[in-house]
Design a protein around this ligand. Structure first.
Ligand code: SF4
Length: 219
């Protein structure tokens, strides 16, 4: 079969995940085409999919991605019924560059010129200090490194501490600042317990506290 050399609008790339925003996309946010609550921050050091290596790896920079639908990664702007993009005329730079039949142009831009939370927040906003406090208390890279041990030798006690500290701090900041819950993924990224998927470890809530358990192997 001859490989396709143009976009057939199959939607495969949109189903793999929303785009990471670059500085070129700043005006899309400023002009309201993409709202803050439609973004999820992938924090520095958090595990993210690298299309260059086709693996989950700690990201070397902070990324802002368009959120997925429901609990999945299919881009929020992807219209399943018509297999098209709800903001095609204003789609982010990544979507304009991507040519799935020849991905080199996109791969050359990965982790370059990325938009970060601080680019979208007023420098005088006190929420920036809360974001920094969260970064210090719950570093994405420390969590990723513990998870990389595949649940076999991971230090479950340390992982549990981090998962609990992350939840407690989010709750404390929400109460103190009154921020909208819809902004949580933009301001603080995904909670650690949501990053356990596929790790061989699951979280169980017991009397208001989190307990982590290794999944039993089947068969
Ligand atoms: S913004 Fe549009 S083109 Fe880009 S991934 Fe989402 S649905 Fe696809």
């Amino acid at each position: 079969m001859t490989p396709t050399k143009h976009c057939t609008q199959c939607g495969t790339c949109c189903r793999k995940g929303g785009p990471a925003l670059s500085r070129e996309d700043l005006d899309l946010v400023r002009q309201g085409y993409i709202r803050h609550d439609q973004l999820v921050t992938i924090r520095h050091g958090e595990l993210g999919y690298n299309p260059g290596t086709d693996r989950l790896e700690p990201v070397p920079v902070e990324l802002l991605k368009v959120r997925g639908k429901g609990g999945g990664w299919t881009c929020l702007f992807f219209n399943e019924a018509h297999n098209d993009c709800a903001m095609y005329a204003h789609r982010p730079a990544t979507c304009r560059i991507l040519q799935c039949w020849q991905p080199e142009a996109l791969l050359a831009t990965i982790y370059q010129n990325t938009l970060r939370r601080a680019d979208l927040i007023n420098p005088n906003d006190p929420i920036l200090a809360e974001i920094e406090r969260h970064e210090q208390a719950c570093p994405g890279r420390v969590f990723s490194d513990l998870l990389a041990q595949n649940g076999e030798t991971a230090d479950l006690a340390r992982l549990t501490e981090l998962v609990q500290a992350d939840l407690d701090l989010r709750a404390e900041i929400a109460e103190k600042t009154g921020i909208s819950p819809e902004l949580e993924f933009f301001l603080f990224g995904r909670p650690f317990f949501k990053q356990l998927a596929g790790s061989g470890i699951e979280s169980v809530a017991v009397g208001g506290e989190i307990r982590l358990e290794r999944r039993k192997k089947q068969g």
